[in-house]
Every structure is written in structure tokens, then in C-alpha cells.
Design a protein around this ligand. Structure first.
Ligand code: ATP
Ligand code: MG
Length: 414
């Protein structure tokens, strides 16, 4: 799949932007702070409903504006779909698919898939376990959007269960704890076991791609591995750690057993200590853990390998390439790694690259280039493409890439 057109209103530094895109390689070049990452962040947001840089929406809306719009025309094989997202910090966001009435943002998940690699991804190797959990869960959703629901259900149940434990710890509600905790145990074990099972399956499918991707990026400098470290009792977590994927019922039973073992500690601390939110994915390089041992370059390559593996997995699964975004990746790589990365991604349907220094991007990936200067995006060959104006498209709507929905006064410019 690829994005044929991207349109922004009040997103980040852009009061307005219209960018006509094409399959193949596109490079956005410009000095620091000119708005390159803002563009690709918008594409990523449409795919994941989240930013790779911030966890809340407020910074995504241009300072002084109330809401932001991201619109894109997405082509999968010969089918084109128009997508629109309205970002309202502090209130519910709205989404629209084609000319249909607005819908929950979650309902547009899957329309566009992206794999985005950015400097922030170094945290996959060096950061907290939560970063690696999020990597897995995001990939789960990219693969099958239905997991977005399970994820949010789990969060809600966990919150309730934690509230109950906390109330019991402060001694307010001991009776309520005995009466209602088993109910929350059951909910958490049901959803949690499904989530754990899905993660294990995903990991099993992903690992071969990670080993290959790291091997290619680093030219055979080590074996990259991912191991699941579960918060379940020792016997079961050993099993999961060795790559086994037991049936969901067995994982759910294991969660109940572990709740029993941990009851006292949970009540003492007032938090849930068992479940996928406490699990870890351990990265290993050769015989050593990556965290705390890998060099800067190795860590960078490992993180890149994880993203490239995600790309390969989705490509295999979906039968179409996700849009690959490489934000600022080349500056950090040595010449050999740059060339090998270029060879690995050259055949992807669409690759969006940002770079402060054009020469950092290997010649093999030259493709189409846009210059980004103070929020103006212009084709480097001097044509007007990329600026506000007509879009050279393959449909009758050329000239108005993303037609506003008739009669919708809430769409600025409509
Ligand atoms: N909500 C916002 N409102 C206004 N401006 C914003 C907002 N969020 C970010 N910016 C501005 O956008 C600019 C950053 O843009 P971006 O991150 O895309 O830069 P970049 O071209 O990728 O730079 P670099 O090469 O350093 O990565 C900054 O100048 C920042 O102040
Ligand atoms: Mg940037």
C-alpha cells in the first residue's frame, strides 16, 4: 500500500500542508526543526492513532489552534480510500473513512499500515520494559486491528482491579475486596491470557525475521534474540521463556494460580503484580542481554532490526507492504550499514525518509526528493508538486486530492 496524498491542517508546525506522494522512495530533506518529522509523524498517527514522539495529543495540534486534521488518500492495489482524522486534545477524536459519517478512530485502524523507525526507537533496547511491551502490542494491532479492543479492555480491567487493591490497602474496603476481587481476577485472567497468548504467537512469528534483519544490517555481527519473560509463576514462565505457546486456557489457569500466590503482596502494595502489563521482552545479542551490554551502534542496529522484522512480518501476513518510514536513520549508521539498509528496503512499495543531510542517504535510495524549509514542502526539482495546489492523481478528483465531505461545515476549507 502507499499514501498518494497527505494533507494537514494545524498539525504540529503546519497551518496547512498538501503533499503529493507516490510509490517508491521519497526523501524529505531540510535543516533541523523545519518540519520533516512532523510530516511522517502524521502518517504514522493515521496508522496507529498514536505518535512515536508523545503519548498525549496536545503537542500534535499547532500552538494556538484548537484541533488538527490529518487526511490521506491511501492506495492498496487499485483501491483508493480517503481517510480523515480530527484531533481534539482533551475530547474525543473523530475519524472518517471515505464519505461515510464520522466514526470512532479505532474503526479506521488497518486502513493504512506503517512501520516507522525513528531515533526514539533506541529506547526499544535501552529503555523501560514498557517500551518493548508497546512494540509487541502495537505490532499485534497492526497485524490484526481487533487487538486494539482487547488492549483497551485489559487497561480498563486493570485500573479497576488496582483501585480495589488500593482501597483495601488503605484499610477502607476489606470486605469489598474479598467479595469482588475474584470477579476482577476472572476478567483480568480472561483478557490477560488472550493477550499473552497473542503476544507469544506474535513473538514466535517475529523472531526469525529479527534474527535475519539484525544479521543483514550488521553483516553477521551477532545473533539477535527476543525472549518473553512472564510474570506468571516460575513453572509456566520458564515454559513461555523457552518459546512455547500453551493454550489460552492454560495461561488463564496459570494467572489464577499466580494470583493466589501473590495475593498477599498485591494487597500489601495495592497493585496488580501479575499479567501482561508486568511481562518483559528481553533482547539478547549473542550470549549477552542487549540492554546494558550492546554498544551504541549495536543498540541502534537492534532497534532497526526489530522494525525491519515488523515490516517483513506484515508484508508476509498482509500480502501488501506497509508504508515504511525511516526518520533520521542514516545519520547514525556507518557506511556499510547504510548501504545494507538501502539494499534491504529498496523494494518496499513506499518508503518515506527524512534526513537533515541529503548526502547521508545512500544514492541507491535517491527517489523523489522534497525540501522542507520552515514548514514549506516543495519538490526539489522545482515543480510545484508537493506544495499547496493541484495533485497529479489517478482519479477524477485530481485538483482536490481529498474531497471535503459535502455539507460538513466542521471541515475547515470545506
Ligand atoms: N504543536 C506545535 N505547534 C507549533 N509548532 C510545533 C508544534 N510541535 C512542534 N512544533 C515545531 O516543529 C518543529 C519540529 O519539527 P520536526 O520535528 O518535524 O523537525 P525536523 O525537520 O524533523 O528536524 P530534525 O532534523 O531536527 O529532526 C520545531 O521547530 C517545533 O517547535
Ligand atoms: Mg526530525
Amino acid at each position: 500500500m502507499h499514501v498518494r496524498h497527505l494533507s494537514l491542517i494545524d498539525f504540529r508546525s503546519y497551518p496547512e500542508a498538501e503533499v503529493a506522494l507516490a510509490p517508491g522512495i521519497t526523501t524529505f530533506v531540510g535543516l533541523n526543526g523545519q518540519g520533516k518529522t512532523n510530516l511522517v509523524e502524521a502518517v504514522g498517527y493515521l496508522a496507529t492513532l498514536g505518535s512515536h514522539r508523545v503519548s498525549n495529543d496536545a503537542p500534535l495540534v499547532r500552538a494556538g489552534a484548537e484541533k488538527a486534521y490529518i487526511r490521506a488518500a491511501v492506495v492498496r492495489e487499485t483501491h483508493e480510500q480517503q481517510l480523515e482524522l480530527e484531533i481534539n486534545p482533551g475530547r474525543a477524536n473523530r475519524a472518517r473513512l471515505g464519505r461515510a459519517a464520522s466514526t470512532r478512530p479505532r474503526d479506521i485502524l488497518g486502513t493504512i499500515r506503517t512501520v516507522l523507525f525513528a531515533p526514539e526507537d533506541l529506547a526499544l533496547v535501552k529503555g523501560d520494559p514498557s517500551t518493548r511491551r508497546q512494540f509487541l502490542d502495537d505490532l499485534l494491532v497492526a497485524r490484526q486491528p481487533k487487538w486494539a479492543g482487547a488492549r483497551s479492555d485489559y487497561e480498563k480491567i486493570l485500573k479497576q482491579r488496582n483501585a480495589l487493591l488500593k482501597a483495601a490497602r488503605t484499610g477502607q474496603d476489606r470486605g469489598a475486596l474479598d467479595a469482588t476481587l475474584p470477579v476482577w481476577d476472572e476478567h483480568l485472567a480472561t483478557v490477560g491470557a488472550n493477550l499473552t497468548y497473542a503476544r507469544l504467537r506474535l513473538l514466535r512469528d517475529l523472531c526469525p525475521f529479527i534474527a535475519d534483519a539484525y544479521d543483514e544490517v550488521s553483516a553477521g555481527q551477532g545473533d539477535a534474540r527476543l525472549t518473553y519473560r512472564s510474570s506468571l509463576h516460575v513453572k509456566l514462565s520458564d515454559e513461555l521463556g523457552s518459546g512455547e505457546v500453551p493454550p489460552v486456557e492454560e495461561i488463564a489457569a496459570g494467572m489464577h494460580e499466580t494470583f493466589d500466590q501473590m495475593r498477599r503482596a498485591e494487597v500489601e502494595r495495592g497493585v496488580t503484580l501479575v499479567g501482561p502489563h508486568r511481562d518483559e521482552v528481553v533482547l539478547g545479542l549473542g550470549d549477552l542481554p542487549a540492554k546494558g551490554y550492546a554498544s551504541h551502534g549495536e543498540s541502534w542496529s537492534f532497534a532497526l532490526g526489530m522494525r525491519l522484522a515488523a515490516f517483513q512480518l506484515l508484508r508476509t501476513d498482509l500480502g501488501t507492504d506497509p508504508v515504511l518510514v525511516l526518520d533520521d536513520v542514516f545519520a547514525e549508521l556507518d557506511a556499510g550499514r547504510r548501504a545494507r539498509l538501502a539494499a534491504m528496503v529498496g523494494d518496499a512499495e513506499q518508503v518515506l525518509i527524512t534526513a537533515a543531510v541529503a548526502d547521508d542517504v545512500p544514492k541507491a535510495l535517491s527517489g523523489k526528493r522534497f525540501d522542507v524549509v520552515r514548514g514549506k514542502v516543495s519538490a526539489a526539482d522545482g515543480s510545484s508538486e508537493g506544495q499547496t495546489g493541484p495533485v497529479v492523481g489517478n482519479d477524477e478528483d485530481a485538483g482536490d486530492a481529498i474531497p471535503p465531505v459535502p455539507g460538513d461545515a466542521s471541515v475547515p476549507g470545506a
